[in-house]
Write a protein that binds this ligand. Structure first.
Ligand SMILES: [Zn+2]
Ligand SMILES: [Zn+2]
Length: 342
C-alpha cells in the first residue's frame, strides 16, 4: 500500500509499505477520506531526529473514514462493506474512565497516528470497537472531519449550550472554529467570527457566521465585539491558542458569560480577576468523548449541517505532501486526502 510519512522539518513523502492484516478483534479499512488536523502539524514540523526516535515509523492521520475491507476473528460489530468513521483514541477498555466513555483519559490511552499507524494510507488496521457507524446520509469527508475536528468542536460547543438569546464569539477560524460555527448556526445564536485569512472567512460565511472581525483590519477587537453586541458576547469559543485572543476574550465577555478553551498556549495568558467581578465561567475542552458520536451524527443529519462546505481542498494520497504545504500556509479551510469510492 501507499502511505504518507513525515521526514522532518515540514517535509513529507509517499512510500510503499507492506499491506497490514487485521488480527483478532481488528478490522482492515480501505481508506476513503483522511483529514488533516492542526495537531498533525507538531509532527510535520518536528526535526528528523525526533521522528526517527519513535519506536516504529508512524503513518500520520487521525481523522480516518473508510469502508471495512476485512475483519479479523471475533469481530461482530462491523462487516465487510460497512462505512465507518474511527474514534482515534484507544483506552484499555476496562478501567473506570474507559467504562465511563472517556478512553482519551485512560491511563493507558494510545492514539492512531501517534502510537499506531494512522489514516494517511490506502489501508489501515483499527480495533473493531473503535469503528463508528457512518450513516449513509453523511459523506466520507464528513466521516473523517468528525473523527477529530468536528467532534472536538461539538463537545466544546455543548459545554456552552448556545441558545437564541446568546451571542457567540468564535476566536480562530481554523478547522475547529469553522466547525463550531457550522454547528452553532442551527442552535439559533448570533455568531461573530474573529480571525483572518480569506479562505477561512469565506468558509465561515458559507456556514452561517453573522459577523466577521478580521484581526488584520481591526485595531481594537474588544471594542468591535462591543459594537456588535450589547455588553459583549455571552459566550466565547477559543480555538486560536493566541495570547491576544485569550486577552480579547476576557476583556469582552459579558457578565456571567461562559468561555470554552480548545487550543492551548504554553504560556500564562490571562489574568483571573476579571472572571471574579463578571462571574465568568471558564472551561477547557479536549477531544470528543466517544459516546457523543451518535448525538453528533443525528444533529448533523437533522439540521443538514453543511460540513462538506468547509472542505476547501481535496487531494489524492499521492499529493499528500502538497496537502500539507497548503494546510501549513493556513490559506485554506479544511484539507482532506481523499480516495475514489470504488
Ligand atoms: Zn482504560
Ligand atoms: Zn485532531
Amino acid at each position: 500500500m501507499r502511505a504518507l510519512v513525515f521526514t522532518g522539518n515540514e517535509q513529507a513523502e509517499v512510500r510503499e509499505l507492506p499491506d497490514p492484516t487485521p488480527g483478532p478483534d481488528e478490522v482492515l479499512l480501505a481508506m476513503r477520506a483522511s483529514g488533516l488536523c492542526g495537531s498533525d502539524m507538531h509532527d510535520y514540523r518536528a526535526p528528523p531526529e525526533r521522528l526517527q526516535a519513535r519506536p516504529v515509523p508512524v503513518v500520520p492521520g487521525h481523522e480516518p473514514s473508510g469502508v471495512v475491507a476485512e475483519v479479523g476473528t471475533g469481530v461482530s460489530n462491523v462487516e465487510v462493506g460497512d462505512r465507518v468513521s474511527v474514534y482515534h483514541w484507544q483506552g484499555c477498555g476496562m478501567c473506570e474512565r474507559c467504562r465511563g466513555g472517556y478512553a482519551q483519559w485512560c491511563p493507558h490511552a494510545t492514539a492512531y497516528s501517534i502510537h499506531h499507524p494512522g489514516a494517511h494510507a490506502d489501508l489501515m488496521v483499527v480495533k473493531a470497537r473503535d469503528c463508528l457507524p457512518l450513516p449513509d446520509d453523511l459523506t466520507y469527508a464528513t466521516g473523517a472531519y468528525i473523527a477529530c475536528g468536528v467532534g472536538t468542536g461539538w463537545s466544546a460547543l455543548r459545554k456552552l449550550d448556545p441558545g437564541p438569546e446568546d451571542t457567540l464569539a468564535v476566536f480562530g477560524l481554523g478547522p475547529i472554529g469553522l466547525a463550531a460555527i457550522a454547528l452553532a448556526a442551527p442552535m439559533g445564536c448570533r455568531i461573530i467570527g474573529v480571525g483572518r485569512r480569506a479562505a477561512r472567512v469565506e468558509a465561515a460565511r458559507k456556514v452561517g457566521v453573522d459577523e466577521i472581525i478580521d484581526i488584520d483590519q481591526c485595531d481594537d477587537v474588544p471594542a468591535a465585539l462591543a459594537d456588535f453586541t450589547a455588553g459583549g458576547p455571552t459566550l466565547a469559543y477559543e480555538t486560536s491558542g493566541a495570547a491576544s485572543a485569550h486577552q480579547w476574550l476576557m476583556a469582552s465577555l459579558a457578565r456571567a458569560g461562559k468561555a470554552v478553551f480548545v487550543a492551548p498556549n504554553p504560556e500564562p495568558t490571562i489574568s483571573i480577576p476579571p472572571a471574579i467581578g463578571k462571574e465568568l465561567v471558564l472551561m477547557g475542552s479536549f477531544v470528543m468523548p466517544v459516546q457523543e458520536f451518535w448525538p453528533l451524527t443525528r444533529f448533523l443529519i437533522r439540521h443538514a449541517v453543511p460540513i462538506d462546505e468547509l472542505v476547501s481542498h481535496r487531494f489524492p494520497l499521492d499529493q499528500g505532501p502538497e496537502a500539507y504545504r497548503v494546510f501549513d500556509s493556513s490559506e485554506c479551510a479544511k484539507v482532506i486526502i481523499e480516495w475514489p469510492d470504488r
